[in-house]
Ligand binder design. Structure first.
Ligand code: F6R
Ligand code: MG
Ligand code: MG
Length: 364
C-alpha cells in the first residue's frame, strides 16, 4: 500500500500583529486531527507553525487530493478561525477565501504540498516551512538539492542519483507548466526559475524511474494566475537518502540565506533565515523571512521524529549572514531593490500616487 504525506497550511490568525499564531489554534488542530486518526482517516500527524502560518503535516493512505483529508483540513482551519476571532487575533481567518468546502482545498486559500509513494525500507522525508515569502523562494534551494553537484555530491558519485532529476515548473502568470530534465536542460531550467516571481518549481521527479522526489505548495498563485494577488508563504516536502539527496544535502542550500521576496507587507526583498522551530518568529520588520526544517522517518504511514534540522550551531553562521544581509537591505528603506518593483508589491499604493499626480505630469 502506498503512503501519502500531505502538508496543508494556512494563516488563520496571529499574536503580535502578523508575528506568530496562537497555541489555542494549534490545540484545535491537534484535537481534530487526533480524532481523524481515531476514525482511521489519518495515520499520523505533526503540527507546527512558521510565524503566523500553521502547518499540518499529515500521513495517510488515501492518496493526494483526497476530498476527506482536504475537508478535514479546511474545516479545522474554519474552526480555528472562530477561536481566532474570539481572541481578536490579528488577521483571524485571513487565508480562508470561502466559508464552505467545495471538494478540494486548492483555490480555497490554504496552501498544500502532497506526495504519495511506496515506502522504502527506511524513508526519510523532510518538511520545509516558510513564512513571509513566496513559493519562488524554494527555486534556488530545490535546484541546488537536485541539480547542483557543488551542493549534492551524490549527483556525481552515487550511481543512483547520477541520472539526474526532472523539474516540473509552473508559469504562474500564464497558467502553464513545463518539465525540464537536468543536467541536460539545466541552462534552460535556470533561465526560467531565476525569475522567481513567475516560474515556480512545483514537483521534482527522479529520471531513472519517475519517483516523486519533492513537491512545493503553489496553490494560491496558481489559482489566481494572471493577476498578482500577493504572497503565499510556501512549504515543501523533500524525500532523502538512498537514491535521493542525503538529508544533509537537502539542508545544505539553506546555509546560504538567499534573498527572497516577501518580508514587510509582502513588498520587500530580504534574506531567508534558516531557524529552529522555537525561532520561527518573524519579529524584525515582520521578518526577515524564515524557513524551518523538520526531518522525519516515515514508517508504515506514521511519522517518526521530527529532528529540528536548523536547531544546530552549524547554521549559526547562516543566521549571522542573514542578519548582516537584513541590515544591508533595510538601509535602502523604500528604494529598490529592497522594495519590490511596483508590479510585484502586495500593497499597491503606488497607483494611488500616480492617479493623484496624473494631471501634474507635463511633457518634457
Ligand atoms: C507580510 C505580512 C505583514 C503585513 C504587515 C502589515 O506578508 O503579513 O508584513 O503585511 O504587518 O499588515 P496590515 O496591513 O494588516 O497592517
Ligand atoms: Mg499573516
Ligand atoms: Mg505568514
Amino acid at each position: 500500500m502506498k503512503t501519502t504525506v500531505s502538508i496543508i497550511k494556512a494563516d488563520i490568525g496571529s499574536v503580535g500583529g502578523h508575528a506568530v499564531t496562537h497555541q489555542a489554534l494549534k490545540d484545535k488542530c491537534n484535537e481534530n486531527l487526533s480524532k481523524a486518526v481515531e476514525d482511521g482517516l489519518l495515520s499520523d500527524f505533526y503540527i507546527t507553525n512558521c510565524g503566523d502560518d500553521i502547518d499540518m503535516i499529515m500521513t495517510h493512505t488515501n492518496g493526494v487530493d483526497n476530498t476527506e483529508v482536504h475537508e478535514l483540513a479546511f474545516n479545522t482551519f474554519m474552526e480555528g478561525a472562530e477561536i481566532a476571532k474570539g481572541l481578536k487575533l490579528y488577521g483571524a481567518g485571513q487565508d480562508l477565501l470561502s466559508d464552505t468546502f467545495s471538494g478540494n482545498i486548492k483555490g480555497m486559500g490554504p496552501g498544500s504540498a502532497e506526495m504519495e509513494f511506496e515506502e522504502r525500507g527506511a524513508d526519510p522525508v523532510f518538511a520545509y516551512c516558510c513564512d513571509k515569502t513566496e513559493p519562488g523562494a524554494f527555486n534556488l534551494p530545490i535546484f541546488k538539492m537536485f541539480a547542483d553537484p557543488f551542493n549534492t555530491a551524490g549527483l556525481v558519485i552515487d550511481p543512483k542519483l547520477h541520472g539526474g532529476f526532472e523539474f516540473e515548473v509552473y508559469d504562474v502568470i500564464e497558467n502553464k507548466k513545463v518539465t525540464l530534465a537536468c543536467p541536460d536542460e539545466m541552462y534552460d531550467l535556470l533561465a526560467l526559475i531565476g525569475s522567481t516571481g513567475r516560474y515556480v518549481i512545483k514537483n521534482v521527479y527522479r529520471r531513472s524511474d519517475g519517483e516523486i522526489a519533492a513537491t512545493i505548495s503553489t496553490d494560491r498563485l496558481n489559482l489566481m494566475a494572471g493577476k498578482y494577488i500577493g504572497k503565499d508563504d510556501p512549504v515543501a516536502l523533500v524525500r532523502a537518502q538512498s537514491g535521493f539527496p542525503a538529508g544533509g544535502e537537502t539542508t545544505e542550500p539553506f546555509s546560504f540565506p538567499h534573498l527572497v521576496s516577501g518580508w514587510m507587507r509582502g513588498s520587500h526583498n530580504g534574506p531567508l533565515m534558516p531557524v529552529a522551530e522555537s525561532d520561527a518568529r518573524p519579529v524584525r520588520f515582520d521578518g526577515p523571512p524564515r524557513v524551518l526544517g523538520l526531518g522525519f522517518q516515515v514508517c508504515n504511514a506514521k511519522l517518526v521524529g521530527p529532528i529540528d534540522m536548523f536547531a544546530d550551531p552549524a547554521f549559526d553562521e547562516a543566521r549571522k549572514t542573514a542578519t548582516l544581509a537584513a541590515n544591508y537591505m533595510r538601509r535602502h528603506g523604500p528604494f529598490e531593490p529592497h522594495r519590490l518593483p511596483s508590479e510585484e508589491m502586495e500593497y499597491t499604493s503606488l497607483p494611488g500616487v500616480m492617479e493623484k499626480l496624473e494631471g501634474r505630469f507635463e511633457d518634457m
